[in-house]
Design a protein around this ligand. Structure first.
Ligand SMILES: Cc1cc2nc3c(=O)[nH]c(=O)nc-3n(C[C@H](O)[C@H](O)[C@H](O)COP(=O)(O)OP(=O)(O)OC[C@H]3O[C@@H](n4cnc5c(N)ncnc54)[C@H](O)[C@@H]3O)c2cc1C
Length: 351
């Protein structure tokens, strides 16, 4: 169902509605949500495997489901009060609402603590103003987890998190960004102009937003690892099929062996990080190592398989060139791979 759509949605830059409906029917939108709130109640390892399988079929579909399930939903799961959980989680688990995560801004990407969006106290709630950029699921999401500044502190301590429904007056979709890959996954600007939310939509306390964002990104990186593994495995499988069909020399054989070994090592790292997360153990360092290794692996494997495929691989519309274009963004989002090194070094030296 999902895999046959991959080439077409990439070519047409179209949201894979039928794939998301299939994912919803399979219960994938609520993998991490406990059964009492309508989800499947599975753990981070099951989540990683689900995203890996989806990405093997279609990387765009995997990103949509991943962002919804991890950074779009987990903040409520981990930091929401009981009322917020009862109100939002069943809608997210059933796929009636698609989740999104709005942290990045035009002048604040890697340095997320410098964000400028404000949430000013007004009446019984907050009034949000600012622009978020590169927001996955833009225009299709029913609920955005938005990070905004509530306090005078100019860095992390002044940031709070808010649940902002898509139909909030003052919230609008701005520019849509056309990317080199992941064409089925919509990415764009979220503009907030005097968008008013009740105080009940603040997630956690004032000033806890940065902690919420960082925790969500820790487990989000397990999902990104799953995306990377799926793309890498699909590329290896296609190269293997081509080599069997067309014949192969020892150069190709060695390349295939190196790629397969590299993907398997990335898989074990990702599953280990997910296993630690699922058991409530510290996993920040392992999740960053996994994201770094899995996404670099996906990028390199995509390039190496295209090389094996030769001119057919370079032709527009071939799965080999699509994997190259899809893999690149993974090295950038949810913390670029340079930022993963910063996290790993900090954990090793200070942790
Ligand atoms: C396809 C896609 C989807 C996205 N989806 C979302 C989303 O849903 N929600 C959201 O909030 N954001 C999203 N983003 C934004 C993404 O998280 C940012 O692009 C990312 O955090 C990097 O920020 P930046 O692009 O502003 O790069 P910058 O922070 O400007 O970095 C530019 C370069 O400098 C390097 N660099 C920066 N700081 C350091 C440092 N301290 N040490 C070493 N090198 C450094 C970076 O690695 C990078 O190579 C998405 C991005 C993409 C491409």
């Amino acid at each position: 169902m999902v895999q046959p759509l991959a080439a077409e949605i990439d070519r047409d830059h179209r949201f894979p509605q039928e794939a998301i409906e299939a994912a919803t029917e399979s219960g994938l939108m609520g993998v991490l949500i406990p059964r009492e709130y309508g989800g499947a109640g599975l753990d981070a390892l099951a989540f990683a495997i689900c995203i890996e399988e989806l990405a093997q079929a279609c990387a765009s579909t995997a990103v949509i489901v991943d962002v919804h399930t991890s950074v779009g939903t987990e903040p409520i799961l981990l930091f929401g009060d009981e009322e917020q959980k009862r109100r939002w989680l069943p809608l997210l688990a059933s796929g009636r609402l698609l989740g999104a995560f709005a942290l990045s801004e035009p002048a604040s990407g890697s340095d997320a603590a410098s964000l400028k969006t404000t949430a000013r106290r007004g009446g019984d709630g907050y009034v949000l103003n600012g622009t978020k950029v590169f927001i996955t699921n833009i225009g299709h999401a029913g609920l955005y987890v938005v990070f905004a500044r509530t306090g005078p502190d100019e860095r992390a301590a002044g940031v709070s998190a808010f649940l902002v429904p898509a139909d909030t007056p003052g919230l609008r979709v701005g520019q849509i960004f056309h990317k080199m890959g992941l064409h089925g996954s919509p990415t764009g600007e979220l503009v907030l102009e005097d968008a008013r939310v009740p105080a009940a939509n603040r997630l956690g306390g004032e000033g806890e937003g940065f902690t919420i964002a960082m925790r969500a990104l820790d487990s989000g990186r397990i999902g990104i690892s799953g995306q990377a593994l799926g793309i890498a495995q699909a590329a290896v499988d296609e190269a293997r099929a081509l080599m069997r069909e067309r014949g192969h020399g020892q150069g190709d054989d060695f390349s295939l062996a190196d790629m397969a070994a590299r993907v398997e090592s990335a898989r074990l790292l990702a599953y280990h990080a997910a296993w630690l997360c699922g058991r409530g153990r510290r996993f920040t360092c392992e999740a960053s190592m996994s994201k770094l290794h899995a996404t670099d692996t996906a990028m390199q494997v995509a390039l190496d398989t295209l090389q094996i495929a030769g001119d057919d691989g370079a032709a527009a519309g071939s799965p080999f060139e699509r994997h190259v274009r899809d893999a690149k963004a993974l090295q950038i989002y949810e913390g670029s791979n340079q930022v993963q090194r910063v996290v790993i070094a900090r954990e090793l030296l200070l942790g």
